[in-house]
Design a protein around this ligand. Structure first.
Ligand code: ASP
Ligand code: MG
Length: 403
């Protein structure tokens, strides 16, 4: 008998009508003979509202209590979904994180699932019941309620699929699947039928919001195939699995972008060992995430320029730290916070020559200046002026046959 983990995101359970719709999806699965564990998010917007309430009490609201507060969202949807199934004469039961329990490790609001007790739920599945589990939470060694980071229900679903050795893990959401680029911006964007874990990981860390990156990472680590599909249409979704299962007919799978980047250049820094380390160490300590780094060859063997990108929100903090850094000498600090990162991602790139050149040519044909470049085996990213981003996505989407 097939055992499935079905995860329903916030919009999928955003109202009681929608919860009843989800119950119908589960009913169909049960009638076709599958054993179902459903993992649910809180109703859309609910987690944000709870955070807002906590902020009204204090901007530094106690983290242990924040976890107690935030975990309540999923408690609501678990009970409503279970109730909806029971009303349809389907045997169903909800569990809370501490009743299972789902064991986590790490700090409050950012814990990780390390294990889960399976017995009660396994027995219930054997009695042909549908088990409903809250996403996004667990308990610590001390029995305190924890949450595992925003968007964490994806991670719960993957962990449940692993621990229960499920045959499939389906992520139900409000879009049809993973797209070749943002369908809201580029209407010719196409749904991708199959994508590898690596590509999905690149796309989600580059800003495609379909799935939480760390959940994809866990799925990749344990080789748990995923399927992202819509709660609201019957269309086929996107399958995410091991690269060996994919035939690459195209070199590029998707075009991703992020608009909240900034580029900082430090000119006239000394060209000697330790300078880069001394520059970036304090940024790392301040938890500023540095993305691309480019160091020019020094023409006089004495000084050089270092350019790097950070998130736009971190610009002023970064510049302040650089200015206060007594370990580095430089001429000036220049920044541009109106830049965007544009990336092409594709496991087929490895075996296709000329992808880099075609991307650069395409941008030059559109008269778009490249401000910085970084590459990995399956990704090529450039920094460009933010106002060129739409034009650039459209062009790349077309020349790499994705329209
Ligand atoms: N409700 C949590 C959030 O909004 C977890 C999730 O939906 O995945 O972040
Ligand atoms: Mg989500």
């Amino acid at each position: 008998m097939v055992k499935k983990v079905l995860k329903f995101g916030g919009t999928s359970v955003g109202s009681t009508e929608r919860i009843q719709h989800v119950a119908n999806i589960i009913k169909k699965e049960v009638s076709s003979g599958s054993k179902i564990i459903a993992v649910v998010s809180a109703m859309a917007g609910n987690t944000n509202e709870l955070i807002k309430l906590s902020n009204e009490i204090s901007e530094e609201f106690n983290k242990r209590e924040l976890d107690v507060l935030l975990s309540s969202g999923e408690q609501v949807t678990c009970a409503l979904l279970s109730g909806a199934l029971i009303k349809m004469n389907i045997k169903a039961k909800s569990w809370l994180n501490w009743q299972i329990p789902i064991l986590t490790e790490g700090e409050h609001t950012n814990a990780r699932i390390i294990n889960m007790h399976v017995e009660k739920i396994k027995n219930y599945l054997d009695e042909d019941g549908v088990a409903i589990i809250p996403g996004f939470q667990g308990i610590s060694k001390n029995g305190d309620i924890t949450t595992i980071g925003r968007g964490g229900s994806d991670a719960t679903a993957v962990a449940v699929a692993k621990i229960f050795s499920a045959d499939s893990c389906e992520i139900y959401t409000d879009v049809d699947g993973v797209f070749s680029t943002d369908p809201n911006k580029i209407p010719v964007a196409k749904k991708i039928d199959k994508i590898s874990f690596d590509e999905m990981l690149e796309l989600s860390s580059l800003g495609a919001k379909v799935m939480q990156s760390s959940a994809v990472q866990t799925a990749m680590m344990y080789d748990i195939p995923l399927e992202v599909k819509s709660t609201f249409t019957e269309r086929k979704g996107t399958k995410i699995f091991n690269q060996d299962n994919i035939d690459y007919s195209k070199s590029v799978t998707g075009v991703a972008y992020s608009k909240d980047d900034a580029k900082i250049t430090i000119t006239g820094v000394e060209d000697k060992p330790g300078v880069a380390a001394n520059t970036f160490e304090p940024l790392n300590k301040a938890q500023i995430n540095v993305d691309m780094v480019i160091q020019n060859i020094s023409s006089d063997q004495k000084t050089t320029d270092i350019t790097f990108t950070v998130k736009r929100d971190d610009v002023s903090k970064t510049i302040k730290i650089l200015k206060e850094n007594a370990k580095i000498n430089y001429k000036e600090i220049i920044y541009n916070d109106k830049v965007a990162k544009l990336s092409i991602v594709g496991a087929g790139m490895v075996s296709t020559p000329g992808v880099t050149y075609r991307m650069f040519r395409a941008l030059s044909d559109e008269n778009i200046n490249i401000l910085a470049i970084s590459t990995s085996e399956i990704k090529l990213s450039v920094i460009i002026e933010e106002n060129n981003i739409l034009k650039a996505i459209k062009k790349l989407h077309t020349i790499f046959d994705l329209d």
